[in-house]
Ligand binder design. Structure first.
Ligand SMILES: Nc1ncnc2c1ncn2[C@@H]1O[C@H](COP(=O)(O)OP(=O)(O)OP(=O)(O)O)[C@@H](O)[C@H]1O
Length: 249
């Protein structure tokens, strides 16, 4: 068995004249917290889409827990244990928070039906416990549309965690979260990840968040990693300070 839980090997993807993934590779060990940083258009979201089955590479492979998942659907990849949250949360806005979690579970289990009584879902107690972990217990019965952006981000992440992934990709978990709430959101999130020993890879534009929560940083540029290292090495690297942080902060 490989020492890596996830390996992206030489992923290539071209959109017309744009090389969105250019031999993109990353090796991830269990329990790592990897921040992906880089300027707009560097290919960060494309990389997540390639690893989670939303887009297929023109060449290259994605290996998860020893299995080649390159050709699998997003749903099959979720079932194997890779979760993801989105830059723009994918939620049912007219439903309550707890209903969103239960609908996500039912969809994964193939048990969703418009006639299903969500309040009778066998995992309802587990979902309330998860909401408590992410600090959203009091909002469980609120309609999502009424909640602020920062909370919707956490709900989207809770949705991904509800499916008990071994590894989660998060696309800008703190974007839209006010600067005084971002550490609170990240503290809560990190506790939830630790409680479940979930490996995490997150795209982040906020360098304070990167410095505090990542244990490895990958700098994306031109569809691939240009540089990687510890947060201290990367955030103090002269090239990164000039070319990346200057552009993304
Ligand atoms: N579906 C698509 N069709 C055509 N071009 C695309 C598509 N998705 C992404 N691209 C292009 O691929 C490149 C990489 O985009 P991507 O969204 O992955 O960058 P990013 O690093 O996540 O940027 P940001 O920080 O702005 O979210 C960009 O030039 C983008 O315009």
């Amino acid at each position: 068995m490989s020492e890596f839980i996830l390996e992206a090997r030489d992923l290539e993807l071209r959109f017309g004249g744009v090389q969105a993934a250019n031999s993109a590779s990353l090796q991830v060990r269990a329990n790592e917290r990897i921040a992906i940083i880089g300027p707009n258009g560097a290919g960060k979201t494309t990389f997540i889409n390639l690893c989670t089955g939303y887009i297929k590479p023109q060449s290259g492979r994605v290996i998860f827990a020893g299995q080649d998942i390159t050709a699998l659907s997003p749903r099959a990849i979720t079932r194997l244990g890779i979760g993801r949250s989105f830059q723009i949360p994918q939620l049912f806005l007219e439903n309550t928070v707890i209903e969103n979690l239960l609908l996500a579970l039912s969809a994964r289990e193939g048990s969703w039906s418009p006639f299903l009584k969500l309040t009778k879902h066998p995992k309802i107690d587990e979902m309330w416990a998860l909401l408590e972990i992410v600090g959203l217990k009091d909002t469980g019965h609120r309609i999502v549309r009424e909640l602020p952006e920062g909370m919707r981000k956490l709900i989207d992440i809770a949705l991904a965690l509800a499916l008990e992934p071994n590894l989660i990709f998060m696309d800008e978990p703190t974007s839209g979260v006010s600067s005084h709430e971002k550490f609170q959101v990240m503290d809560t999130l990190t506790r939830a990840l630790d409680a479940r020993a979930t490996t995490a890879i997150f795209v982040e534009h906020d360098m304070d968040v990167v410095a505090r929560y990542a244990n490895r940083v990958a700098v994306w540029s031109g569809g691939r990693i240009a540089l990687e290292g510890s947060p201290e090495e990367i955030l103090n690297h002269p090239d990164v300070r000039e070319s990346v942080i200057g552009e993304v902060v």
